[in-house]
Ligand binder design. Structure first.
Ligand code: PEP
Ligand code: MN
Length: 356
């Protein structure tokens, strides 16, 4: 799909193939509103918890073939085993992707690559669920060694235990690093699995375009509310079209500008993480405050705070951070921790009500 002079690959379709009707109807709406380059649907679904919909299985390959016959769309699906690869090749699926849960396992990737070896199919490699660029790069190298001609990387975000506005944190510096490792491998963004809900998909897509990603894999379902998997993150085809129309497809001609934009985006990503970590730290401070109040312990234990300062100063030095800069930051953080604990230790129920 060419937009404002930029070539952007758009892969769209439901999270899972659920029935022939659902696939056909979704494809029809996508053709009408979006005209994607490729139609996606998961057939075998690796689910986190037992009891969730595990995909329609092999039969759905026939449903996908019908979609191709009817609408001329290229097809993409996920493969998790060599047997899946064999079945998909026989069904002439055009794009196969290796999912985030498979990429964490080099042994499984090897087995899949043996089945792919020397074939003409397009292969897409999702990032592993954990933020490990080497694991992602290692899977791509294995696909390269299987002599696959057209390889894509898909950035779908990284899972986290912490509270986050995302289902999977984008950690943009990781796909940026992957681009540095493989300058010729197109990177597509999967905003659906990053967001986990439809609300922030447009922002994530814009950010991906501004980082010069090469396209998108997006989940789109004719009736998201009835979807058997990932229903909160699937867009109706007409909604997807609205987002695609509103995106700004910036063209970057100037090398200097391009570099600056990349650097600034990296800074933004790091600042987001700093803020999340500060919030996490202050949450712990609250818990410590509650504990000290319960057991009547003083706020400031000078031994502990001396140890903390010395330790962080040493670590800062090892990381080549300026001494005074680290001292200033530690002081500000420490002061805020004391302020929060003071509030907790001195708070009277009535006073708190007054403040609120
Ligand atoms: C999917 O695209 O439906 C999927 C399961 O993706 P991931 O491997 O990124 O979780
Ligand atoms: Mn999904």
């Amino acid at each position: 799909m060419i937009r404002d002079g930029r070539n952007v690959l758009v892969i769209a379709g439901p999270c899972s193939a659920e029935s022939p009707m659902q696939l056909m109807h979704t494809a029809e709406e996508l053709i009408k509103h979006v005209q994607p380059d490729v139609f996606r649907a998961g057939i075998w679904k690796a689910r986190t918890r037992k009891g969730a919909f595990e995909g329609a299985g092999e039969i759905a390959l026939q449903w996908l073939q019908e979609v191709k016959k009817q609408y001329g769309l290229q097809l993409a699906t996920e493969v998790l085993t060599p047997k899946h690869v064999e079945l998909c090749l026989r069904a002439e699926i055009d794009f196969l992707w290796i999912g985030a849960r498979t990429v964490v396992n080099p042994f499984a990737v090897n087995e899949i690559c043996q089945a792919l070896n020397g074939t003409k199919v397009n292969v897409m490699v999702k990032n592993p669920v954990n933020p490990d660029v080497s694991l992602w790069a290692g899977a791509i190298e294995r696909v390269q060694a299987a002599r696959i001609q057209k390889i894509y990387a898909i950035h779908r975000g990284f899972s986290t235990f912490y509270k986050s506005p995302y289902r999977n944190m984008p950690l943009w510096e990781i796909p940026n690093e992957l681009k540095r490792i493989f300058p010729h491998i197109p990177v597509l963004c999967d905003p659906s699995h990053i967001c986990g809900k439809t609300q922030c998909i447009d922002q994530v897509m814009q950010h991906a375009l501004d980082l010069e990603m090469d396209g998108f894999m997006i989940e789109s379902h004719v009736n998201p509310l009835s979807a058997k998997s990932d229903k909160d993150q699937q867009l109706k085809p007409v909604e997807l079209n609205t987002i695609l129309q509103q995106l700004i497809y910036r063209r970057i001609d100037n090398q200097e500008t391009k570099k600056l934009i990349n650097l600034r985006n990296n800074i933004d990503a790091v600042d987001d993480q700093l803020l999340e970590l500060l919030a996490k730290r202050m949450e712990i401070v609250h818990d410590i405050g509650d504990h000290k109040k319960k057991y009547g312990i003083t706020i400031l234990q000078s031994d502990r705070s001396r140890m903390l300062f010395n330790d962080r100063m040493e670590k800062g030095k090892d990381l080549h951070l300026n001494n005074d800069f680290i001292k200033d930051i530690l002081r500000v953080i420490h002061n805020e921790a004391i302020r929060i604990q003071q509030e907790i230790l001195n708070e009277q129920p009535t006073k708190r009500n007054k403040c609120n």
